[in-house]
Design a protein around this ligand. Structure first.
Ligand SMILES: [Fe+2]
Length: 168
């Protein structure tokens, strides 16, 4: 009696999409930093949403809600791009903190300090996304370039809106 063996899928390292495994790993490494940056900024935005007090409470409470929803959706998109490149996504928040240079909040801030801190973080992320775009472009990873371009547009718009909220 002959037994049929199920066809075996190739390991993800041998994906044949026109991107070499070296290019995919390199782009995924950049994406892991962008994912970590985005997650830590998401938390910072969310805790400011809860804790903001003062005359700007309503506009900042509403703007931070829009921003944390967008940032949460972005974490999913970034992690899923890493997976589509054949690389495992990070497993823990500790790993995010190792990879990012966005600082977690540790004390209560005035509303202006919150806006300043968010603008700093969005500028920091914009620089990281712009750098990563160069690597993805060199690797001819058009999907990642598109994703990064959309994320850059979000961060630059967020900076404008945060500045405008405090009249700058
Ligand atoms: Fe809320």
């Amino acid at each position: 009696m002959t037994t049929k063996t199920a066809p075996r899928l190739k390991p993800s390292e041998t994906l044949d999409t026109g991107l070499s495994s070296k290019a995919r790993r390199s782009v995924a490494d950049h994406l892991k930093i962008l994912l970590a940056d985005t997650y830590v900024l998401l938390i910072k935005t969310h805790v400011y949403h809860w804790n903001v007090v003062g005359p700007l409470f309503v506009p900042l409470h509403e703007l931070t809600e829009k921003h944390y929803n967008d940032l949460f959706a972005a974490t999913d998109e970034l992690a899923e791009r890493i997976r589509a490149l054949g690389v495992k996504a990070p497993l823990s928040f500790a790993e995010f903190l190792e990879r990012t240079n966005v600082e977690e909040e540790t004390r209560n801030r005035s509303e202006l300090e919150m806006v300043e801190s968010l603008i700093d973080a969005h500028e920091n992320l914009s620089r990281h996304f712009r750098d990563a775009a160069k690597g993805a472009d060199e690797a001819e990873d058009l999907v990642t370039v598109d994703l990064i371009t959309r994320r850059l547009a979000f961060h630059e718009k967020a900076i404008w809106m945060l500045r405008a909220t405090v009249g700058k």
